[in-house]
Design a protein around this ligand. Structure first.
Ligand code: SF4
Ligand code: SF4
Length: 525
C-alpha cells in the first residue's frame, strides 16, 4: 500500500516537474527578451501572472541564467537540477540517425540505464506520464461497461513492440529521421504540456495521442504499452536481469487469480512476474489477499520462475539489436534531423551571448543553432533570426553560403511563404535575416545548406504572438463531450438497473403478500 502511494506521489511529481519546466522556459523567454520587469510590456502576455510570481524567486538566485539552463527539456532529453538526463531510446535513435557516438549524450543515459538494470521497467510504472494516462483508459472502459456499451477486447502479441523497436531504429538509420521522437508517449505528452503553456498547436501529436487513447478505450486495453511502445521494449530488455523483481511464495498461493486482471502489463503474475514484461509496479502484490506475492532482491540466476522460452526470446532480440546497431557506428553520411528529436544541450556552450530563443539541430558533422530575438516575435514587428553553424569535431565555423526561407504553417492546405528563399553568407560567424511575421501563428524557418556533397534542409519551428490552437481545442473538446455522454449514460443505466431491482423486490413482496409467492416458487422448482 505504502509503495503504491509512493508510486502515485512520484507520478504526480513528474507531471509537476514537467509543467514547472515548461513554465520556466516561458519565464526564460520573457526574461531574455527583457520584458519580465516591464508591467506594460507584460500586460496580457501568456502566463503573465505565473511568470511574474516566479520572477522575484528566480531573480534572487546567485545565477538565475544558470538555474534556468539547468532545468529544461522534455522527458526525451532534459536537464534537471543541472544534471543531463536522456531516455535510452533517444540515445539509441540519435545513434542510429547520426551514426556518431556523442559522449555527453552517452553520459546522460547512465542514470536511467543503471536504474533500469537494477529495478527493471520502473520508468514505465513510476515515471512515464503515458502510463498514468493509459491507466485512466482502463477506468474509462469500466465506465463504458457501466453505461452498457461493451468495448472490444482484442489482444495482440507482446512481441510486436520488440519488432517495432528494431524496425524503427533501422528506419531511423536508413532515412536519418527520428521516428520515435514523434510518437513516443512520454515525449508527446511533454511536448503537449509545453505547447499548452506556450499556446502553440501541436495538433498532430494530440491527434496521435487521442487515437491511442481511443484504441485503448474501445478496442484493446493497454494496447500501446503492451504491444507497440519501443521505449517499453528497450526498458524491458535492459531490465531483463534486474535483481529486484516480484516473486511468488508457492506455498501461500491459493490460485484465486485475483492478481491476474489487475496487472497493467497483461501478464500472469503467478507464472510470469520474472518476464521482461513486468514493470515492477507492485499492483499484483497489493491485490494478493494471501500475501503470496512479494518483492525480492537477489541474483537473477536464483529466480525460480523465469520461463526458459522467454530467456531465449530475449537473447534473440538482444542479438538482433546488436547486429542492427553495430553497422551504425560506421562513418556518418550526410543527414539532417530536427531539433525536437535531439538533446538540446552541449551544443551552444561556446556561443558568447544568451539568445532569446535557441533551437539546436545537427546535420552530418555540423551543429546548427537558430536564435531569434525576440523569443516570441510580435506579429507585424521585425524579428532578428540568426544561425550559427560549426563542425562538432573540429569546432570550425561553417563558412559556405546557406539559403533561408520562412513559411507560415497551415493546418489545412499549403504553407504560406513569408520570406522566399534568400541566400546568406556568414558575417561575424552568423547568418542573419530580418523577417516580419504577419499574424499570430506557427512558422517554420527552413535552412538549406550543402553538407558533404548534398543539400540538407533543416526546419525550425517558431511561434509568433499568441496563436489559438483551434484544432487542439476541438480535439480536447470532442473527448470531453464523449466522456460527458458516456458518464450521463452510465448514470441513466445505473438508475434503470436500480429501478428494475426495486420493481423486482416490490413484485416479490406483493406476491408474497397475496400468497402467489408460494406458487411462483413452485413454478421455479
Ligand atoms: S511502455 Fe512506453 S508509453 Fe507505456 S509506460 Fe512504458 S515508456 Fe510509457
Ligand atoms: S506482474 Fe505485478 S508487478 Fe509486474 S507488471 Fe504485473 S502487476 Fe505489476
Amino acid at each position: 500500500m505504502i509503495l503504491q502511494i509512493l508510486r502515485r506521489l512520484v507520478q504526480a511529481s513528474v507531471l509537476l516537474v514537467m509543467v514547472s519546466i515548461a513554465l520556466m522556459s516561458l519565464y526564460a523567454h520573457y526574461r531574455s527578451a527583457r520584458v519580465i520587469d516591464d508591467d506594460q510590456l507584460m500586460a496580457g502576455m501568456r502566463g503573465e501572472t505565473v511568470t511574474k510570481l516566479m520572477h522575484p524567486y528566480i531573480d534572487a538566485l546567485d545565477d538565475p541564467n544558470k538555474f534556468l539552463d539547468g532545468n529544461k527539456g522534455t522527458l526525451w532529453s532534459m536537464k534537471f537540477l543541472g544534471v543531463d538526463l536522456t531516455d535510452p531510446l533517444a540515445a539509441a535513435e540519435m545513434l542510429a540517425t547520426s551514426r556518431h557516438v556523442h559522449w555527453p549524450l552517452m553520459a546522460s543515459i547512465v542514470i536511467p540505464v543503471i536504474f533500469t538494470l537494477l529495478l527493471g521497467r520502473v520508468f514505465c510504472s513510476w515515471i512515464c506520464p503515458g502510463y498514468v494516462l493509459f491507466e485512466l483508459t482502463g477506468k474509462l472502459r469500466r465506465l463504458l461497461r457501466f453505461a452498457e456499451i461493451q468495448p472490444a477486447d482484442v489482444s495482440f502479441s507482446h512481441r510486436n513492440k520488440y519488432i517495432f523497436l528494431v524496425v524503427g531504429l533501422a528506419m531511423a538509420a536508413v532515412c536519418a529521421a527520428p521516428l520515435f521522437a514523434l510518437i513516443y508517449p512520454p515525449v508527446v505528452i511533454s511536448r503537449i504540456i509545453h505547447a499548452w503553456i506556450f499556446g502553440t498547436a501541436l495538433s498532430g501529436m494530440l491527434v496521435l495521442l487521442s487515437a491511442i487513447v481511443a484504441v485503448e478505450v474501445f478496442i484493446s486495453p493497454r494496447w500501446w504499452c503492451r504491444t507497440i511502445c519501443p521505449g517499453g521494449a528497450l526498458y524491458g530488455i535492459l531490465g531483463w536481469a534486474r535483481p529486484v523483481r516480484v516473486k511468488l511464495r508457492k506455498t501461500m498461493c491459493t490460485g484465486c487469480m485475483d492478481c491476474v486482471p489487475v496487472c497493467e502489463a497483461g501478464i500472469n503474475p503467478i507464472t510470469q512476474s520474472s518476464s521482461i514484461e513486468c514493470d515492477n509496479c507492485g499492483v499484483c502484490i497489493r491485490h494478493c489477499g494471501d500475501k503470496a506475492l512479494y518483492f525480492t532482491i537477489g541474483l537473477p540466476g536464483r529466480q525460480n520462475s523465469r520461463p526458459k522460452m522467454k530467456t531465449q526470446a530475449v537473447t534473440k532480440v538482444a542479438a538482433v539489436l546488436m547486429v542492427c546497431l553495430v553497422p551504425l557506428l560506421t562513418p556518418t553520411p550526410a543527414m539532417a534531423h530536427h531539433v525536437l528529436g535531439l538533446p538540446h544541450y552541449s551544443y551552444k556552450d561556446n556561443y558568447p551571448q544568451r539568445p532569446t530563443l535557441e533551437y539546436p539541430a545537427t546535420t552530418g558533422p555540423y551543429d546548427v543553432l537558430m536564435t531569434s530575438y525576440p523569443g516570441i516575435p510580435v506579429p507585424g514587428e521585425p524579428a532578428n533570426i540568426a544561425m550559427y553553424i560549426k563542425n562538432r569535431e573540429s569546432q570550425q565555423v561553417y563558412a559556405e553560403p546557406i539559403t533561408i526561407r520562412v513559411l507560415q504553417t497551415s493546418t489545412f492546405g499549403d504553407n504560406i511563404i513569408i520570406l522566399p528563399s534568400t541566400t546568406r553568407t556568414p558575417f561575424d560567424n552568423e547568418y542573419k535575416v530580418h523577417v516580419t511575421l504577419p499574424v499570430d501563428g506557427e512558422y517554420v524557418v527552413e535552412i538549406s545548406m550543402p553538407v558533404e556533397g548534398r543539400v540538407e534542409v533543416i526546419p525550425f519551428l517558431m511561434v509568433a504572438g499568441q496563436p489559438t490552437a483551434m484544432a487542439s481545442l476541438v480535439i480536447t473538446g470532442s473527448f470531453g463531450v464523449v466522456f460527458v455522454f458516456v458518464a450521463i449514460r452510465a448514470i441513466q443505466k445505473k438508475r434503470q438497473r436500480r429501478r428494475r431491482a426495486g420493481g423486482h423486490v416490490d413484485n416479490e413482496a406483493g406476491a408474497f403478500a397475496t400468497g402467489e409467492f408460494v406458487a411462483l416458487g413452485e413454478k421455479v422448482l
